[in-house]
Design a protein around this ligand. Sequence first.
Ligand code: DAH
Length: 366
Amino acid sequence: MPADTTAPQDAAAVDPNDLEELARRFEAQAAEVVSAPRGEERKRWEALRLDWTGKKRGRIRELLARMQDVPADRRKDYGQAVNRLKRQVEARLDGLDSEIAERERVAADRAAAVDVTLAGRRPTLGSLHPVTLVVRDMEEIFRGLGYSMSEGPEVETDYHNFEALNFPREHPARDTQDTFFLEDGLVLRTHTSPVQIRTMLHRPPPIRIICSGRVFRFDNDLRHSPMFHQIECLAVAEGITFGDLKGTLEAFIQRLFSRDTGVRLRPSYFPFTEPSAEVDITCPFCRGRGCAVCSQTGWMEILGAGMVDPRVLAECGIDPDVYSGFAFGLGVDRVAMIRYGIPNIRMLFDNDERLLRQITPSVAAV
Ligand code: DAH
């Protein structure tokens, strides 16, 4: 029969005069308290205590209340027997109380104990984002070439982002498709090229700067994110030639990818450079043999470049008859995708730790 110390039925079935039998019942119930599942003992003990010694309806109390029904000649014996039972019950309940308290203490100690044999938990450290890693590599290369770091605002004026860079008013890059227009003629910069303007307006040549940062375009698919990163390079001094541009590009690209990376320049158009070029590198996946990533061409377009347009120099107060310069700009995210084999640009910005951990598994905290 399941332990049920709250139900007094079986005790009710016992002749109240048979106190020895009652004492045995109590002992049986007390034994069930200690054998209760862990954590349940206290509840059972409390029920048992109420059932037997409860002030209102406890069994002992009921036994005493029956005193007047007992024939006068047996009353004294009866009273003494009930008192014996009462003391026995109370002593046992006290004993159980200490026993349960001791068990609770042991259980609490065990729960709080430190298992010194367990392997330690390593604190999880942060790591650098793949885009940051690529930017740092690029900055390191240019630092070695004598360039300094520059920066500009992400919220730009139309003047710096377009006009001073010689974008005609009807140029598609100003189109609402590409540009996030803000109020008061401001835009979210669509490229890092406005930093060229800010630098040239700010100080005279010789200038050798790079600038990396966020840029924004109204575009969103597997290869485009509305926010991405560019790095911009500008060199202005006397006698800078297209050969300097090509040499710098080769030095930069071969250090960034590998010594045997081929560099190819194709004629192109940008409003702020003349001549302009689009720059391809031999596909890093197939090393130029042709694969699915490079559409079997063996080449991959990586950046835009050119000689700074004389009109841009003049706009910034630099005499184009004395000075010349080159500039180029490239998408940092694309380089990170190529380097780490990431197929979708948005994976870079989802901040899914599983991706970040694969790329920089053991980088120290930053
Ligand atoms: N700003 C151009 C773009 O976002 C990239 C670019 C092309 C930058 C030619 C330059 C450059 O500095 O000379 O597509």
